[in-house]
Design a protein around this ligand. Structure first.
Ligand code: SAH
Length: 196
C-alpha cells in the first residue's frame, strides 16, 4: 500500500478540459453504475425528495436517473463541455445563469428545475452557495482529486452534508506503483482519517 509514487502527482484543470476536448473520457459510462443500483437503499434510507450532490460530476447518467426518481440533483464540474453534453444527450432543455458569488462560474439548470450543474471548481463552492445535501454519490471524484488536495476536498464535502446524510464512495483498489492515476489509489486507512 505504498502510495508514495502518486503523492506528488498533479492533474491540472486545464488537463481535465483537454481530456474532454479530445474525447479522452474513458471514465464516463453510458450505463448507470451497478454499485449505485446495489446501494440505492443505503443512499435513500427510506427517504424521498432528497437533495443529492454529485461532486466532479462529468456527465454522469446517474444524475438523470436520480432526478427521474423525484430527487433534486446538484453537480459541480469544471468542464462546460461535459455539462452541455449531459443536457443534450438526455434531451433536457436548460437555462444558464452566472453565479454571483463565484466570478466566472455558471449554473446550468434543467427547465424542470430538478438538476442544477455548477460549472466551476468544486473548491469555489460552499454551503452558503449550494446549501447542504442529504446524499452524495462520490464516484470518480475523491479518486480524481489530486492527492495533495484530499484533505481540503474531504473537509469541504463534510461541510456540504446534513447531519443525517448518506455518502456513497467508490474507490479503486490497485497497485499505485503500476499506474500513475487518476483514478488515484486511496487506501481505506486514509478514507478513515479523512472522513472519520
Ligand atoms: N464523476 C464522473 C466524472 C469522473 S472524472 C463520473 O462518474 O463519470 C472527474 C471529473 O472531474 C472530470 O470530468 C473533470 O473535468 C472534473 N474535475 C476535475 N477537477 C475538478 C474540480 N476541481 N472541480 C470540478 N470538477 C473537476
Amino acid at each position: 500500500s505504498d502510495t508514495g509514487s502518486q503523492k506528488e502527482r498533479v492533474v491540472t484543470e486545464e488537463e481535465w478540459l483537454q481530456k474532454w476536448e479530445m474525447g479522452n473520457i474513458g471514465f464516463h459510462k453510458e450505463q448507470g453504475h451497478p454499485l449505485l443500483r446495489k446501494y440505492l437503499d443505503v443512499l435513500l434510507n427510506g427517504r424521498s425528495g432528497l437533495r443529492i450532490f454529485f461532486p466532479l460530476c462529468g456527465k454522469a447518467v446517474e444524475m438523470k436517473w436520480l432526478a427521474d426518481m423525484g430527487h433534486s440533483v446538484v453537480g459541480v464540474e469544471v468542464s462546460e463541455q461535459a455539462v452541455k453534453e449531459f443536457f443534450s444527450e438526455h434531451s433536457l432543455p436548460y437555462c444558464e445563469e452566472p453565479v454571483p458569488e463565484i466570478s466566472g462560474a455558471k449554473m446550468f439548470q434543467s427547465t424542470s428545475g430538478n438538476i442544477s450543474l455548477y460549472c466551476c471548481s468544486i473548491y469555489d463552492l460552499s454551503s452558503s452557495i449550494v446549501g447542504k445535501f442529504d446524499g452524495v454519490w462520490d464516484r470518480g471524484a475523491l479518486v480524481a482529486v489530486n492527492p495533495r488536495d484530499r484533505q481540503r476536498y474531504a473537509s469541504l464535502m463534510i461541510s456540504l452534508v446534513e447531519k443525517n446524510s448518506s455518502y456513497l464512495l467508490v474507490t479503486v483498489s490497485y497497485d499505485p506503483n503500476k499506474h500513475k492515476g487518476p483514478p488515484f489509489y486511496v487506501p481505506e486507512s486514509e478514507i478513515k482519517s479523512l472522513f472519520g
